[in-house]
Structures are given as C-alpha cells and as structure tokens.
Design a protein around this ligand. Sequence first.
Ligand code: 2HA
Ligand code: ZN
Length: 271
Amino acid sequence: MKNILNAPFLVEMVRTATNMYSHGWDERNGGNISLLLNEADVAGYLDVNSVIREIPTGFDAPTLDGKYFLVTGTGKYFKNVQYDPAQNLGLIRVTNGGKTAQLLWGYSDGGKFTSELPAHLMSHAARLAVNLDSRVVMHCHPANLLAMTYVHDLDTRAFTRTLWQMCTECIVVFPDGVNVLPWMLCGTNEIGEATAQQMHTARLVVWAQHGIYGAGKDLDETFGLIETAEKAAEIYMKIALLPRLNTITDDQMRQLARHFGVTPREGFLSE
Ligand code: 2HA
Ligand code: ZN
C-alpha cells in the first residue's frame, strides 16, 4: 500500500485548503471542501473493505451511493490542515442511499465530516446531473463577496451583471453567472437542498451575509472560479461609493462571449 499522504488528491487538497486560508477566506473553522474520488484513485492507498466507523448523514443522496469523497472535518481549521491532514480531513464512502458515510481514513481524533455535508453532497448530485466531470464542491467566506451581499440587490441577475461588469474576464470564467440565496440557517438540510437547486443553473452560489459555494471539475478550477468572483466583488466594493464614469457594456460582453466561445446565461445580457 502506498502512503496516502503522498496521494496526488491528498496533496492537492492540503495545498488548496492552505491557499484558501492564506487568502483570508477561511477564518477559524470557516469553510469546507469535498472532492469526489474514483475507487481506482483510492484503492492503491487504502483497503476499501476496511471501514473504520460508520457515520449517519441525516439525509438521502441515492445517486451518490458507493461514491468516495475526501471531505474537510467539522470544527477543523483550514490553517491546520497542512500540519495534520489525518485529523482535519476524512475519506468517506457514501452508502445506504446517502444515509451513511463509511469512514475509510482520517478524522483521526474521532471527528466527522463538515456540518455542511448536506449542501456538499446534494450539490455534487446536482452538478453531476449537469456535468459528469464535476468533482469539487468548495465553500468559504471571502470578505468582498460577503460585503457585497450587504449593499447590493440580491437578485441573481442584478448581482451577476454587476460582477461581470467589474473585470473583463468574469463573463468568460463564469458565463453561467452567480446564483444568490437569501440568508438561511447554515448546516441544515434545507440550505443544502436550496443550494443544490441553485447548482443546476450555475457553479457559483452566494449565501447572503455568509459566503459562497463553488463547484468545478477540479480543485484548481473551483478555487479559480471563487477567486475571480471575489476579485470582481473587491473591485465593486472599491468603486460602489464613487461616481461610475465607465463600465463594460453588454455589447462588449457579447464580443467577449463570442471571442472566447462561451454562452452567457440566457436573459442576463440586455437585448
Ligand atoms: O463552519 O463555514 O458554513 C464551517 C462553515 C459553515
Ligand atoms: Zn460557512
């Protein structure tokens, strides 16, 4: 058996959590990540028949039955992931229609997966229904996106259009836009279901006054999505109180979409 601490998926997860912490997106125990793995990725590092313990999830996710996920632990600090991956991360297999997580590695102090597992697994199911390459769900608390939810209209189209206008590349990076949920109680199945519902139409979902969810095919792409939206929100927070003399027009955004071969969300650019 190879050492799981050297597995590319684990190394990348540790680097990503560390990088997110360095960006200031994950204060204290804020944020969580889940990474979908193939059994073949895992098999060289673990005996997949050796279950350490079974943890109830409290919800159903039948389409994820038998799937493997590397997931950050509840109450754990992203700051510390690099120093003790086995305590701060866990590798689980979803069974029993989603109701049970079988722990195969990690949570070494008796811990368990993030309190946001419902939002993560339901979002994985939603994104996999749209794109079979989707493997990552990432949640964090970037300051400018959060700030923006206090001062900007929370309408999804209005919020997306503002972000698109803040940096030329935004419409290219997230042509599907950013869906916005109003404030809801976190850590519940309800916010999980609402987030997953929004994940059918966009890979970014803002939780007003809380943070953001991103989904993508790998850790880099998902990090980059959030990074781009956060950069746009930063520009917005710098200019929102100043008279706006210039902008990126809808016509310019159409040129960008044509040039880079992306399709902006239907109805989000004016005619
Ligand atoms: O504590 O970010 O939303 C982790 C969170 C909850
Ligand atoms: Zn959070």
